[in-house]
Each structure stands twice: as C-alpha cells, then as structure tokens.
Write a protein that binds this ligand. Structure first.
Ligand SMILES: [Zn+2]
Length: 172
C-alpha cells in the first residue's frame, strides 16, 4: 500500500515523523522519508542490513544507551511477548543451546545453580513427589542388584523376589 503524499513541511507542521513525496530517492526507492533527517526508509533499511550498519548497531547495543533501550524493550509487555516467542522458536532454542555450552553460559549456569535461588529450587525439587519417587526407584534398583549378586554380602534371593513381585504389581 502506497502511503499518502505529504510534503515534509506539511508533515512537520502536523508533528508527523515521516513524509512522502512519491518521488524516488537517488537509489531508486519510492519510500517514506524521515522528517528530521530527510533520510529515505529504503536507504535506511539497506544500510541497517549492510555489514557497516550491523556493526554500528552492535556497537550501539553494547553502549549504555543501547543497553538501556534494550532493557526497556525487553521488559515492556510487547517486548516480553516477542522475546518469549523467540525463545520458543527453533532459532531461539538453538541460540540458547549454543550459549549454554559456551564458557560464558556454563559460568552463568554454575552461578545460578550455586546461588540462593538455585539452591532453594534444588531443595524444592528434592522435596517433590517426583524426585522422591525417582529416588526410591533408584535405591530399589541398587538394592536389587546387591540381592541378586552372589558375590555380594547382601545376596538374598527372597528379598530380590519380593522387590520384583512389588514391581510387577506396579509399585516401586
Ligand atoms: Zn533510498
């Protein structure tokens, strides 16, 4: 859809950020232009995706101003939503996996696991029925191995059969 034609002066008077002359720029884009800089959006888009433009964006993202802006975006409802969608996407998952395996990511995981919050999460998990159940299953398997091992001092067929019978009934 073509934007409506509006001169720069008229757009400025109305407090708009963009104007549109309908005439192509020197690079042949027929796009809207920015009132403040007269910059063509087509040119800007091309610049932003060029190596030079990308490098500049990276520098901006790392500077205090860029970080603040990013933080604000990521914490706004819209930003959170788009971040969440990105993390669910194959691309986002892959990036997360790569990050987790890199030294920086490993360090972060280590710090999280050893943080108070991480320790509390771990304690909560260990109190959960899921973990208790898993733990019981594991201990029973170990015990069963000892009962079934003729070389073990715990060798005891009756107890082994009792565990096997309980398992067959669907218990642990
Ligand atoms: Zn242009």
């Amino acid at each position: 859809m073509m934007p409506r034609i509006i001169s720069r002066a008229a757009a400025k008077r109305r407090g708009l950020k963009r104007y549109f002359t309908g005439k192509p720029c020197i690079h042949g884009h027929t796009h809207e232009r920015i009132v403040s800089s007269r910059c063509c959006l087509g040119c800007q888009r091309a610049y932003n995706s060029s190596p030079k433009g990308r490098a500049r964006m990276t520098r901006y993202d790392r500077a205090p101003k860029g970080r603040e802006r990013r933080w604000k975006t990521n914490h706004s409802p819209k930003g959170r939503d788009s971040l969440w969608r990105y993390h669910q996407s194959p691309k986002g998952r892959e990036a997360q996996r790569r990050y987790d395996q890199a030294p920086k990511g490993q360090d972060r995981i280590w710090r999280r696991v050893h943080s108070e919050v991480g320790k509390e999460t771990r304690r909560r998990y260990q109190r959960s029925a899921k973990y208790q159940n898993y733990r019981r299953g594991y201990e029973n398997a170990e015990r069963l191995n000892r009962y079934l091992d003729p070389k073990s001092s715990d060798f005891n067929m009756d107890r082994a059969y009792a565990i096997i019978a309980r398992r067959q009934r669907g218990g642990r």
